[in-house]
Design a protein around this ligand. Structure first.
Ligand code: DAH
Length: 367
């Protein structure tokens, strides 16, 4: 009897001390298993007298039940603990801020794109689109630049042969200018028209300020009373908003584009030194875009009566704007896909450009 009492106390102690379900199982085998200490006692019952068998048998059964219950209770306790520990280990605290270094950056060209769309969007311009592979009609002819026109030589065009024609005039081009979207828009839409067309353009050129693929934004306004004064007001508002300045000196120099008459180039005031370019003040000028009044031939090519409608157009280089605004010296680096470069010059994805929320978020870039 003494023995059984000890066995019980010992077993209960081991159960209480079992650190996990596995250890508890080992205790179970050592007490209740085939060769367990309690089982051994049970086996001996046969050798006892009926009276003893009854008495000890009863005692053994009680002890067995007690041990089993203690074991069950401990098992329950341990599995809850194990689950809790596991949950604790696998917790992700979603309230922690994201780690900046792990998220990507917005490319400066995409940022400038957003900024330009935000500014002109506020002025009521819609965004229009056209294909990268164009026919010569949309890229040149309809823009008052017929075959053999000297202006064609100014653009180092990539031609793509036309599988359906041997004639060179039928070959396609990768568009050299977003001006092609002017034509596509006027073909589809009746005036009043007020669009910008940002997109990729291509020319065979490669140095610090030229890459074979680059980005332009075209602007086009057509209405019954559209004047050069409207053009000047619109572009003045644009450069002020873009460079985030209250005032900025501007000047227009006469120029030539086949699709505008008169044509001009717009310069903005700046101060150039060996190490710095400061926009908005100083005695120097920086060319920023080409513009003019839409040539009557362009309107005619699109079935719009130039006696009734006139308009203005402008075109600017997005990459060049990015270089100026964010002080990036070499255009070729834009397209090298170097993550270190992107980390340095890129922008946080959540800093969305808007006229109300701030364009470049006061330098809230990743730099
Ligand atoms: N397409 C011209 C270029 O690539 C830029 C341009 C100049 C566009 C004057 C215009 C414009 O719409 O009016 O150089």
């Amino acid at each position: 009897m003494e023995d059984i009492e000890n066995l019980k106390l010992n077993a209960l102690k081991q159960i209480a001390e079992a650190v996990d379900v596995k250890a508890l199982d080992e205790v179970r085998v050592s007490v209740l298993g085939k060769k367990g200490s309690l089982t051994e006692h049970m086996k001996c019952l046969g050798q006892l007298s009926i009276e003893e068998k009854k008495q000890i048998g009863q005692k053994l059964n009680l002890v067995k039940t007690e041990i089993e219950q203690a074991m069950e209770a401990r098992r329950e306790e341990l599995s809850v603990k194990e689950l809790n520990d596991k949950l604790l280990r696998e917790t992700i605290d979603v309230t922690l801020p994201i780690r900046d270094e792990n998220i990507g950056r917005i490319h400066p060209v995409s940022k400038i794109y957003e900024e330009v769309v935000a500014i002109f969007g506020e002025m009521g311009f819609e965004v229009a689109d056209g294909p990268d592979i164009e026919d010569q009609f949309h890229n040149f002819n309809a823009l008052n630049t017929p075959a053999n026109h000297p202006a064609r030589q100014m653009q180092d065009t990539f031609y793509i042969s036309n599988p359906d024609s041997e004639n060179f005039d039928d070959s396609y081009v990768v568009r050299t200018q977003t001006s092609a979207v002017q034509i596509r828009t006027m073909e589809k839409k009746q005036p009043p028209i007020r669009i910008i067309a940002p997109g990729r353009t291509y020319r065979s050129d490669y140095d610090a300020t030229h890459t074979p693929m680059f980005h332009q934004v075209e602007g086009l306004v057509i209405d019954k009373k559209t004047s050069f004064a409207n053009l000047k007001g619109c572009l003045y508002d644009f450069v002020k908003a873009f460079f985030e300045l209250d005032d900025i000196p501007v000047r227009y120099r006469p120029s030539y584009f086949p699709f505008t008459e008169p044509s001009a180039e717009m310069d903005i005031g700046c101060k150039k030194s060996k190490t710095e370019l400061k926009i908005g003040a100083g005695d120097d000028w920086l060319e920023i875009l080409g513009c003019g009044m839409v040539h009557p031939n362009v309107l005619k090519a699109c079935g719009i009566n130039p006696e009734e409608y006139q308009g203005f157009a402008f075109g600017l280089g997005l990459d060049r704007l990015a270089m100026l605004k964010y002080g990036i010296p070499d255009l070729r680096t834009f397209f090298e896909s170097d993550v270190r470069w992107l980390k340095h010059y890129g922008f946080m994805p959540l800093d969305e450009a808007s006229m109300t929320g701030g364009l470049s978020n006061n330098g809230g870039s990743a730099r």
